[in-house]
Design a protein around this ligand. Structure first.
Ligand SMILES: [Zn+2]
Length: 478
């Protein structure tokens, strides 16, 4: 997804004719890496291309999350402390309450803010944004305007109820409980301001959040294992038959936590430590999952540059038919190799190169789908068929009437447009330009204009993306 990584037809109720997605890898696997057309445009080192990957903002938010999972594994009580230094003047803080999304609420999930404290806090209230339960956002009103560059510290106490397990960010099942986007999410877009995007009924994300230096503590029944975002320390005893797990990820837009009867295995590639966990009732071998993840990291790094994080954890959930990406962690709910590959690609596109998942869902979903082609190029017939779709790739989450339409256009046509653009510009020139885009926008919230700038010397590629409705004329540099 633009949060929800990759869907299989099963996850969409089997209604889908996925020209671009589910069967995409199977369909193209027999077409070996087709050599791209002869490069017609050489990379020229445009001004958009930095010498090295951009460093994260040193004034990015600092977030401390503490979660306590109940004995029955259905309720999480938590606190969140945020030190926030805005780059624009503000008089409020807006937190998105993702578990109150309509679909999650139907399964019984909810996120309620119980208390808010802080020296600058005047009051807190909910806003609906089309979500269920108490609402889709919690707005903290400040007692005075906070000037750009000044910091404030706010602490929220909250209760998260985990609904029935399914293909969602939060849930509980026989052997596992998980919550991702499970805490109030700071909805800030640097340079733009607060995101108040409406919730939609589609199976995809609508959030926008900045990278934050994030510390996580999870307390859970001692017999369970925690796999989460960040570099995890060994657990310690917390008394009463419970253990305490901690991790830190200095560059997390959001976090994912899975707590279950996991058997784990690890692998290492390019200095990245990978940990996979498989539930007791799952026949998969965790070592095979870890090794497959390592292989995906390696081949994606060849195309897009170094893997963004020091660690990657992959808890394997029951097969709900897809995967959901989070910074340095993946909720993997499918055994299909292409789902894992897609979610690993999201570490570059969403994790590092962020986007407003409501406004520009294609910036992460089309790229993660296109990235599946490191395993085998898309067939020309497939590309042609996908590009014949009418709907523009660059729609917002409100522009798609159904999950099928959303997936077909954003994932399927979006990936085909990027593949076609690569073909038009020449593979080497296009890959170089995409790396420039990745390096220039690392750890920010990217926009289509950022991509257009990186492609400025490749008019043939730009033309393809404009024709597909991914870029529009306003995105192009003067
Ligand atoms: Zn995806």
């Amino acid at each position: 997804m633009t949060g929800r990584g990759r869907l299989t037809a099963a996850a969409l109720g089997g209604v889908l004719v996925l020209t671009g997605c589910t069967s995409f890898a199977e369909r193209v696997a027999d077409v070996a890496d087709t050599p791209a057309a002869t490069p017609t445009e050489a990379p020229t080192g445009a001004a958009a291309c930095p010498d090295e990957r951009a460093a994260p903002d040193p004034d990015r938010p600092q977030v401390e999350l503490s979660f306590d999972l109940s004995e029955d594994r259905r309720t999480v009580t938590g606190t969140e402390t945020v030190v926030f230094t805005p780059d624009l003047d503000v008089d409020e803080l807006v937190f998105r309450l993702v578990p109150n999304a309509p679909g999650s609420a139907e399964a019984g999930s909810s996120l309620v803010v119980d208390d808010v404290t802080g020296d600058d806090v005047a009051a807190g209230s909910y806003e609906s944004l089309g979500a269920a339960g108490p609402g889709g956002a919690y707005v903290v009103e400040l007692s005075d305007e906070l000037a750009a560059g000044d910091a404030t510290e706010v602490t929220l106490a909250f209760t998260l109820t985990l609904g029935e397990g399914g293909f969602d960010r939060v849930g509980t099942d026989d052997e596992v409980s998980w919550w991702a986007s499970g805490a109030p999410l700071l909805a800030w877009e640097p340079g733009i301001g607060w995101s108040r995007a409406p919730f939609v009924d589609l199976l995809g994300e609508t959030a926008s959040s900045p990278v934050a230096d994030t510390r996580i503590t999870v307390e859970a029944p001692a017999e369970l294992t925690v796999l989460m975002t960040g570099d995890q320390a060994e657990p310690t005893g917390a008394g009463d038959g419970r253990r305490r797990w901690t991790s830190r990820e200095p560059l997390a837009r959001d976090v994912s936590i899975a707590v279950g009867s996991f058997t784990t295995a690890s692998a290492e590639v390019d200095g990245v430590r990978i940990t996979a966990g498989v539930l007791a009732g799952d026949r998969q071998d965790p070592q095979e999952v870890a090794d497959a993840t390592a292989q995906d990291v390696e081949r994606l790094a060849e195309r897009f540059g170094p893997f963004p994080y020091a660690t990657l954890t992959v808890p394997v959930l029951p097969d709900y038919g897809g995967g959901i990406e989070y910074p340095s962690s993946i909720l993997l709910a499918s055994a299909a190799p292409v789902v894992l590959l897609h979610e690993v690609a999201h570490m570059w596109f969403y994790g590092m190169v962020g986007d407003d998942q409501y406004r520009d869902p294609w910036l992460d979903e089309a790229f993660a789908s296109y990235a599946e082609s490191v395993e085998g190029a898309l067939s020309p017939a497939h590309v042609e068929q996908a590009l014949a779709e009418e709907a523009p790739v660059g729609g917002t989450m409100a522009d798609f009437p159904t999950d099928a339409a959303y997936v077909e256009t954003v994932y399927g046509k979006g990936a085909a447009a990027l593949a076609e653009a690569r073909d038009a510009a020449g593979a080497e020139a296009f890959d170089t330009a995409v790396r420039c885009y990745v390096d220039a926008t690392a750890w920010t919230t990217a926009t289509p204009a950022d991509l257009a700038l990186a492609l400025a010397d490749l008019p043939a590629a730009t033309r393809v993306l404009v024709e597909a409705g991914a870029l529009d004329e306003d995105d192009l540099p003067d």
